[in-house]
Design a protein. Structure first.
Length: 398
């Protein structure tokens, strides 16, 4: 029998989806599962965009340009201009979701065994992307006690070696909901300039900042040769399945390399791009309403968690996630138990175990990532289930 690859054997499952088989069994048994494990919003996709897809009259769906449809790139450039960010459509590559944009960025910046520094906890799939790219992820710890504030520049500098090629941030943060300030970004850019590194920033959640102003690294024009930004329509337009993302950079050398990788996969999805075009046409009306809805849900989540004895949480500044410490030793086991063995009035909750968002899986064992992507009523019900689940779990002696 042929032997499968070591590469595949050593790749970790996603903590966001690894418990899905247990969720399916719970549903088959008649239990309603509240999905707080994944950033899949329940806010409707812009209806005008859906109608544009339904009414599409194309008789054939051809290959498009590898870098994306010019009409979409132009709309995205216009969107950035309204945010005070100066980019041209030529600086924007359309990708098959932000996932492909991240891979293109790593492939374009790094060679095998190069190092990329990332504050942890971080989006779990970064580990898989690093594995696929044959690069070494170097984690720099942050803690729930500081609400996962950005580590100091000195801490970053301690980790820089001759193999370091980039610093990678998620701002606003997934899974933490943290938001890095303009002053913090300026300090980090000075470090990037000093060591001639790239700064890759996943800005997918930029529109969902609740208490402070967001600063895009693309506004630092003097550092444009060092900057690559990752973007997507998945969250901001509630269009996760469209699989449309963007890589944005003014670095011409990186653009030429990204173009080669884009040609290898031929082109991004046609229908996803056509949907995205209309989404951007209605962005000014749609986005503020979505943001206000998440602001309300943030309050429901924070107040509900604070009411549960022993829970350690904070009010996230942005995005729609919260890393929460539960009064338990093993959140991985608890999350599985909630799906396999517990329901409250026929309902239970699915979370993403927190340890999966750390490079070192021994960290975050008492934490879960909660995505507040459900309506206020369902979110409140889910929090009741969590409170009752913790009580029951502790009585069983776990």
């Amino acid at each position: 029998m042929p032997v499968h690859s070591k590469r595949g054997e050593t790749l970790n499952h996603s903590p966001i989806r690894v418990l899905m088989p247990y969720a399916r069994k719970a549903k088959e048994a008649g239990t309603h599962v509240f999905h707080l494990n994944i950033g899949q919003p329940d806010i409707e996709t812009p209806p005008q965009a859906l109608e544009a897809i339904r009414s599409n009259k194309e008789s054939i769906i051809p290959y498009g340009p590898s870098e994306g449809l010019p009409t979409l790139r132009s709309r995205v450039a216009n969107y950035y201009t309204k945010l005070g960010i100066s980019v041209n459509s030529e600086d924007i590559f359309v990708t098959t979701g932000a996932s492909e944009a991240i891979l293109f960025a790593l492939f374009s910046c790094c060679d095998e065994f190069d190092e990329v520094i990332i504050p942890e906890p971080f989006y779990a799939n970064y580990i898989g992307f690093g594995h696929t790219s044959s690069i070494k992820i170097v984690p720099i710890p942050s803690s729930i006690e500081s609400e996962f504030a950005l580590p100091t520049v000195e801490k970053f500098e301690e980790l820089i070696t001759p193999k370091t090629k980039a610093i990678f941030l998620c701002n606003p943060g997934n899974p933490t909901g943290c938001l890095y300030s303009k002053a913090e970004l300026e300090q980090l850019l000075e470090l990037v300039k000093k060591y001639d590194l790239y700064l890759i920033v996943d800005e997918v959640y930029r529109e969902f900042c609740y208490d402070e102003v967001f600063t895009s690294v693309l506004t630092f024009d003097e550092m444009s040769e060092h900057i690559i930004v990752i973007d997507s329509i998945s969250k901001v337009f509630s269009s996760c399945g469209a699989r449309v993302g963007f890589l944005v950079t003014k670095n011409k050398a990186i653009q030429k390399v990204v173009e080669k990788y884009a040609q290898l996969r031929l082109c991004p999805p046609y229908y996803g791009q056509k949907l995205a075009e209309v989404c951007y046409d209605y962005a000014e009306d749609y986005i503020p309403k979505a943001k206000e809805e998440y602001r309300k849900r943030r309050e429901v989540l924070y107040n509900g968690l604070k009411a549960i004895e022993g829970v350690n949480c904070y009010k996230p500044k942005a995005a729609f996630y919260n890393m929460t410490a539960l009064p338990l030793k093993d959140a991985n086991h608890f999350c599985q138990w909630m799906l396999e063995s517990f329901n409250h009035e026929g309902k239970t909750v699915m979370f993403a175990p927190g340890s999966g968002f750390y490079f070192h899986r021994a960290y975050g064992l008492d934490q879960v990532r909660i995505a507040y992507i459900l309506n206020e009523h369902d979110l409140s019900d889910a929090l009741v289930c969590l409170a009752e689940g913790i009580k029951k779990y502790k009585t069983l002696g776990f």
